[in-house]
Write a protein that binds this ligand. Structure first.
Ligand code: ADP
Length: 311
């Protein structure tokens, strides 16, 4: 197969592992900087240009789109989809998962366990918002935050009020959440490929830190999932429409609660903790999916097969 990897940097661990795994399985791979792609949006012959070259002939595309380039990155991916190139994760699913409000509402609607969560744009009654999620201690999150930045634990009602007021003064969008104390500063990352959790790790925050992000000095170890955790991760991935993702959850007194579903999960931490070749599993998944799409295309009448995947 001819595979494109949309990534801003070929040297990133996850990008280079995917390239390595695809080449090892005999594929032709090319890393493309998504911001350097430019497009011609026509209904009959959509195309993508890259440094003056017309990109053609790709069978599949692996999006590794960073949070800061979601808008343009998903537009480029959509263009590949219009050209009938099979995406590992679809652009619409990536956009969905990048919107914390939208994804929380989608998961809640399908009955997935979540921390009690409140959203507000500009509440006149901050005390009521705090009461809605069960009072302090509580967690306040910036909607635009990643890697644990913008996640604040307010231990008292007064602290919560001041932090919420401060964020609102800055016109930041926030989410207010029940603090899952019993998680003890750890969370679980389930790595989903297709309809399976292929590896899972427990991340523990540094001493005295309630955030478990590896970027914040946390450490990771292999963990055995309960059947409920496993099925919650698989359901969450399905609801978001992601074929490959990292589902982050906390172990709460009322079962697993989902923090986030990440559409470009890093490979370094999970490969190190599990000892598994996750990149190879992803490429195998692409091969199988491509083959089954090709087979179903053959079964369709020709006119329909040609329009498959467009739009
Ligand atoms: P980001 O997307 O920036 O990583 P998260 O919402 O995943 O932000 O929060 C970062 C970390 O903070 C989580 O992995 C978890 O360890 C901790 N955390 C977040 N929300 C809660 C909560 N409601 N209760 C307890 N710990 C939390």
């Amino acid at each position: 197969m001819k595979i494109a990897v949309l990534s801003r940097n070929t040297k990133l661990y996850s990008t280079s592992r995917l390239v390595e795994a695809a080449e090892a399985r005999g594929h032709q791979v090319r890393v493309l900087d998504v911001l350097r792609c430019y497009m011609n949006i026509t209904s009959h012959n959509p195309s993508i240009h890259y440094r003056g070259e017309d990109l053609t002939g790709f069978d599949a595309v692996i999006p590794r789109i960073g949070a800061s380039v979601t808008f343009y990155g998903t537009a480029v991916l959509r263009q590949f989809e219009m050209m009938n190139v099979m995406p590992l994760n679809e652009s619409v699913a990536i956009s969905r998962s990048r919107d914390k409000l939208r994804s929380t509402q989608l998961l809640a609607r399908k009955g997935i366990g979540l921390p009690v969560t409140g959203f507000a744009n500009n509440p006149d009654d901050i005390a009521d918002l705090i009461a809605q999620v069960g009072g302090a201690p509580l967690v306040i999150k910036l909607l635009e935050g990643t890697q644990g930045i913008g996640v604040v634990l307010a231990e008292t009602h007064n602290a919560a009020e001041s932090v919420i007021q401060a964020f609102m003064g800055l016109k930041a969008n926030i989410m207010v959440q029940e603090f899952i104390k019993e998680a003890g500063g750890s969370d679980i990352r389930c790595f989903v490929v297709g309809d399976k959790v292929v590896a899972a790790m427990k991340r523990q925050g540094a001493d005295g830190e309630f955030r478990s992000n590896l970027h914040r000095g946390g450490s990771a170890e292999l963990v055995r999932l309960t059947p409920e955790e496993r099925s919650t991760a698989i359901r969450a991935a399905k609801i978001m429409g992601l074929n490959v993702c990292g589902v982050d959850m906390l172990r709460s007194n009322h079962g697993p609660v989902i923090m986030e579903v990440n559409s470009s999960p890093g490979l370094r931490g999970i490969e190190a903790a599990s000892g598994k070749d996750i990149a190879d599993l992803i490429i195998q998944f692409i091969e199988k999916r491509f083959e089954s799409l090709e087979t179903s295309k053959d079964k369709l009448p020709k006119a329909r097969a040609r329009t498959r995947g467009k739009g």
